[in-house]
Design a protein around this ligand. Structure first.
Ligand code: BES
Ligand code: ZN
Ligand code: ZN
Length: 542
């Protein structure tokens, strides 16, 4: 597209995209994210000497009452924008005028990654690259710094010295970077920020930028929604709450939602899932959300582990091992986030989100090591360790998915399944396992595009015997810890039908889903791992 695309805006207000946060009440505590299209506005731009019409959607994103953010797309050349401060992202000082360079040098600013410096009406932020993850992290650094100041009206140029930044990365960096879990703070800091993204000199049409902005807002706020769910304590977010949340998401996004209770599980032979939740005072829930576009090109199924708490059961975790096990619902929460985003992204695939929402507790009626459980597909499982509960829940959910949904094109499960995956790949990387090399490559592509890290863990012929049982078909936990992220995946393989073997991938997000320290644009706690990865995968399907 030619450089001299002319963007013409009537008034700034017409381009307003408001993000603000909804009222906290004890009832709608989880009513966190809605994106409302307020109205459409007609406008236009001149491109190749022709006037083109476009519709501007004015969007309100309701997040939290105490934190308000508004995003405007503006053209500074045409509009007077009253700004308090401008964010300038730099990978070196080369493009700056000599006098400015000298001043910044005096202040010790060398544009090194993570460095920030206020000078004039500008906040300079250093980065290694002007793209992708680096750009997101730089914007996240900037917004964190600015949230601690009195600057309220912030300008971000989309184009600087002939270089056009990715609007998607800017939005992701700002929205994901400004997240903080403050629901339980008795004193909430009120913030109100107005962001102006200056599209002057952009090579893209306003229609494109506008739709990109909306899509990226939808994705980023869905990630923040997942973070909120994951961070919520188990006393306030148990299986029934997960089902309620799913229904809420469904009604807002025109999805269908079925919730099955324990009676259904019993009637349908889902004894493995039932056993895990038996000692909890909260009843297990099987949740099934569906997004059906017109004339779908295929079917995608995503099954999530929704352990709202995992104390290990009778094979009890240690005191420290139990801390943060509210994060064991991250897979199921990611499914909720994906389903929340999907209807706004115009994907042509039918997408099913299935969640096994269960709490793993101890008690007189708890399932025990030595028990033998019969799963939905008839396979028998000898319980060696009640802390290897996720695979039991997923086993039945995978059977349910394949019994209920025919002609599946892709089936993924996503779970905080093993500590071994963290040991193997490190704290930030999702383990991906499956039978199809082609499919794993596709997921790697989605990983590169989304910025979520994945690592492939390989199967081999010697590993399956490790999960054989002397008295049942398989065991749920091996005697050796070696390779136990892979043997967990091989356990799940027992519940994948022959025709779906090459269509299935297992995603172990035990490390990436939750961190007790700031990591890039991730705050302390839930990260929303899996949402952007899987959405990019679907987006990349031809
Ligand atoms: N939920 C845990 C896995 C986990 C560990 C998630 C750390 C997030 C952070 C899972 O249910 C579990 O306890 N797995 C055991 C399996 C073992 C008993 C075979 C593990 O990884 O130790
Ligand atoms: Zn466990
Ligand atoms: Zn678990």
């Amino acid at each position: 597209m030619s450089k001299n695309v002319h963007l013409q805006y009537s008034i700034i207000q017409k381009l307003k995209l408001k993000i603000f946060f909804s009222k906290y009440t004890s009832i709608n505590f989880f009513k966190i994210i809605h994106i409302l299209v307020l109205h459409e506005d007609k406008g236009g731009f001149i491109y190749n000497n022709k006037y083109h019409n476009y519709n501007i959607k004015v969007i309100k994103i309701i997040l939290k009452e105490w934190e308000k953010m508004t995003i405007h797309l503006v053209n500074c050349k045409r509009n007077q924008v009253k700004k308090d401060i401008e964010i300038i992202i730099l990978k070196d000082l080369k493009t700056l005028k000599r006098s400015l360079k000298e001043e910044l040098k005096k202040l010790g600013f060398k544009a090194k990654e993570g460095q920030t410096c206020f000078f004039g009406k500008r906040l300079y932020v250093g980065t290694s690259f002007l793209k992708g993850e680096d750009l997101k992290i730089a914007l996240s650094t900037a917004i964190k710094v600015l949230k601690n100041t009195q600057y309220k009206r912030i300008l971000v140029p989309l184009v600087r010295t002939n270089f056009e930044f990715s609007l998607g990365s800017i939005v992701e960096g700002l929205i994901l970077g400004s997240y903080k879990f403050t629901k339980y703070k008795s004193q909430k800091e009120e913030t109100e920020i107005e962001l102006f993204i200056d599209v002057n000199n952009s090579k893209k049409s306003i229609e494109f930028l506008n739709s990109q902005l909306q899509k990226n807002l939808q994705i980023s706020s869905s990630v923040n929604l997942v973070r909120d769910i994951v961070n919520t304590p188990p006393e306030d977010f148990y299986p029934k709450k997960m089902a309620q949340k799913a229904k809420e998401i469904a009604s807002k996004n025109n999805l269908s939602c079925k919730v099955f209770e324990e009676k259904y599980l019993l009637k349908n032979g889902m004894n493995a899932m039932l056993a895990v939740g038996r000692a909890s005072r909260h009843k297990s829930q099987l949740i099934h959300l569906t997004y059906k576009p017109k004339n779908p090109r295929g079917k995608i199924v995503i099954v999530g582990k929704g352990l709202t708490y995992d104390c290990g059961g009778l094979s009890l975790k240690s005191g420290t091992g139990m801390i943060s096990m509210k994060c064991d619902k991250s897979g199921g929460s990611a499914v909720l986030g994906i389903m929340n985003a999907i209807s706004k992204l115009d994907y042509s695939y039918e997408v099913h989100g299935i969640i096994g929402a269960v709490e793993n507790m101890i008690g007189g009626n708890a399932y025990k090591p030595d028990d033998i459980l019969k799963a939905k597909n008839g396979k028998t499982i000898e319980v060696k360790n009640t802390d290897a509960e996720g695979r039991l829940v997923l086993a039945d959910c995978l059977c349910y998915a394949q019994d209920e949904i025919k002609n599946i094109d892709y089936i993924f499960d996503i779970a905080t399944l093993t500590g071994a995956c963290i040991i193997g790949l490190g704290e930030y990387t999702t383990g991906v396992m499956g039978h199809s090399e082609k499919l794993k490559k596709k997921m790697l592509k989605a990983s590169k595009k989304s910025g979520e890290l994945i690592g492939i863990l390989p199967y081999n012929r010697y590993l399956p015997p490790m999960i054989k049982s002397e008295i049942a078909d398989i065991v749920n936990s091996t005697s050796s810890k070696a390779g136990s992220a892979i043997t967990a995946s091989l356990f799940l393989d027992n519940f994948i039908k022959k025709e779906n073997k090459k269509k299935w991938l297992h995603l172990d997000i035990a490390g990436a889903a939750y961190r007790e320290k700031i990591w890039g644009y991730n705050a302390y706690g839930g990260t929303g791992a899996g949402v952007r990865l899987i959405l990019k995968f679907i987006n990349g399907l031809k």
